[in-house]
Design a protein around this ligand. Structure first.
Ligand SMILES: Cc1cc2nc3c(=O)[nH]c(=O)nc-3n(C[C@H](O)[C@H](O)[C@H](O)COP(=O)(O)OP(=O)(O)OC[C@H]3O[C@@H](n4cnc5c(N)ncnc54)[C@H](O)[C@@H]3O)c2cc1C
Length: 472
């Protein structure tokens, strides 16, 4: 784009900064977490208020431009940025307040999870989120949100009380169980399809210091360890989370030098229960004789930051995901085979448990449509070098093709790359898809918000068809 008239209007009507291709900070402003994504919007607008968001939407609509909405910029497929159109960057909207009496937090639509953790921890509370502190609250929450606290306290959306939303037509609404209940239902799992959330209102959970860290086993024990893990975690108390991983040990402390760069299988634990009960739970883990058992007490925000230095912004990422109900012996064998072929030190496969509290919410209570799955699985090929792109994509696809036949069908929307297609989105929402289309038709009939895992309102096609029909 770089349409001077549009830039002039944006600068005139918005309080926040407007960044155009000729500006020195344009490359920083358009960059997202996954360096495989390289898009060039016509303008990035750093919105300071809900009014700025509404103005940017109106100006974009008048000019016929696409809009992308960005919070943390972490999305695998780079859905927080677009070519040519306008990026509504919520980064300046970082107001955050905690009400310890009411056990709630109001979180600006541009916050990252690290900011939330640091604000709630001094009061002995946390909001269930993901496992990396630099991830945006916006994208993670709207897709569902799984992490260390999921088994005990549910998905992030299960802790969402309300949202302040700018709709496609610029109207600003408050959505909750009592106001715009259909919109509130759709926001909880339906992604950025329905509007721009400028503030999230969460309930807080009592989480203070935790016992956390990895257990590591040699890769040639993957079959044995995964066969044990699949039974153990589903039977464990919900105060315990543990995600299974195949990985390469980072060449840095706290890992002993003898293990540096060794391919291994692992479980990363988080115990939120009473410390005196942990010994009993971890005794079963120690009976599996890990080579390293690094569980130790730490503040919850510290656990949330342990992976940050390993995975800084700017790496090449390729993702494939599935929901998993069971891990049969045949799947275990495939995991062991493909783990041995890990293509680069940062590539990995994670199985995040999502039983417990997630299963106690009914499938149709929120848009998130796959609650009976036991794991949220992601395979990621990761490397700093663009030259290794083909290698990480090839391994990720081969791994996924081998495991997919044993999966439950759909995948977590936040782990889909941008290009997996409508069938995959429908498979993920299953019985909730028709209702999502209804809500989309009500709140965004012209699909202004389409740079996401899109719920197609189908209206544009119907209008085009009607216009093409000869008058009767
Ligand atoms: C290293 C890494 C680790 C991850 N770990 C986890 C994890 O443990 N658990 C988990 O659940 N997910 C995890 N994710 C996935 C993460 O949830 C998604 O990438 C999510 O989309 C990131 O949100 P964001 O706001 O940073 O993304 P962005 O790229 O900024 O946005 C992603 C999408 O959300 C929409 N969006 C964002 N904010 C808003 C808003 N305020 N209003 C309306 N629409 C909005 C955007 O339009 C876009 O479609 C991880 C991702 C990475 C890269």
């Amino acid at each position: 784009m770089a349409n001077p008239r549009v830039l002039e209007q944006l600068r005139r009507h918005l309080r926040g900064q407007v960044i155009a291709p000729e500006d020195p900070d344009y490359d920083d402003a358009r960059r997202v977490y996954n360096r495989m994504i390289d898009r060039r919007p016509g303008a990035v607008v750093r919105c300071a208020t809900a009014g700025d968001v509404a103005a940017a939407l109106a100006i974009g609509e008048d000019a016929g431009l696409a809009v992308a909405v960005r919070c943390g910029g972490h999305n695998a497929g780079g859905l927080g940025v677009c070519d040519d159109g306008i990026v509504i960057d919520l980064a300046p909207m970082r107001d955050l307040s905690v009400d310890p009496e009411a056990r709630t937090a109001r979180v600006g639509g541009g916050c990252t999870w690290g900011e939330v953790d640091r604000a709630t921890h001094p009061y002995g509370f946390a909001v269930p989120s993901g496992i990396i502190s630099t991830t945006g609250v916006g994208g993670l929450t709207l897709g569902g949100g799984t992490g260390h606290l999921t088994r005990r306290f549910g998905l992030t959306i299960d802790n969402l009380l309300a949202a302040d939303v700018v709709l496609a037509d610029g109207t600003i609404v408050h959505a909750s169980e009592d106001d715009h209940a259909d919109l509130f239902w759709a926001l909880r799992g339906g992604g950025g399809n329905f509007g721009v959330v400028t503030a999230f209102h969460f309930q807080l959970q009592p989480v203070d210091d935790v016992l956390a860290g990895p257990s590591l086993w040699p890769l040639d024990r993957t079959r044995e360890v995964l066969s044990w893990y699949r039974e153990f975690i589903l039977a464990a108390p919900e105060d315990l989370s543990g995600f299974f991983a195949v990985m390469t040990v980072p060449p840095a402390p706290p890992f002993p030098q003898a293990l540096h760069l060794k391919k291994m299988c692992a479980v990363v634990w988080c115990w939120t229960g009473a410390p005196e009960r942990a010994g009993e739970v971890f005794a079963d883990v120690l009976a599996m004789q890990p080579l390293l058992h690094g569980v130790q007490p730490m503040p919850f925000p510290m656990l949330q930051m342990v992976f940050d230095p390993l995975y800084p912004p700017g790496l090449q990422w390729y993702w494939k995901a599935d929901f998993i109900r069971e891990i049969p012996d045949e799947a275990v064998a495939e995991h062991a085979r493909l783990a041995a072929e890990l293509p680069t030190p940062l590539s990995t496969m994670h199985l995040y448990p999502m039983d417990g509290a997630v299963h106690r919410v009914s499938e149709d209570a929120t848009a998130f449509g796959f609650r009976e799955a036991n794991w949220n699985q992601v395979i990621v090929g990761v490397d700093p070098e663009a030259a290794n792109r083909a290698k990480i994509i090839d391994w990720t696809r081969r791994y996924w093709n081998a495991i997919h036949p044993y999966s439950a069908g759909g995948a977590y929307v936040n782990f889909l790359m941008g290009d997996e297609g409508g069938d995959r989105v429908r498979a993920t929402y299953r019985g909730n898809y028709a209702r999502l289309v209804e809500v989309k038709r009500r709140y965004d009939p012209h699909n202004r918000f389409h740079i996401n895992q899109n719920i197609d309102p189908g209206v544009a096609a119907a209008v085009a068809e009607a216009e093409a029909r000869p008058p009767t």
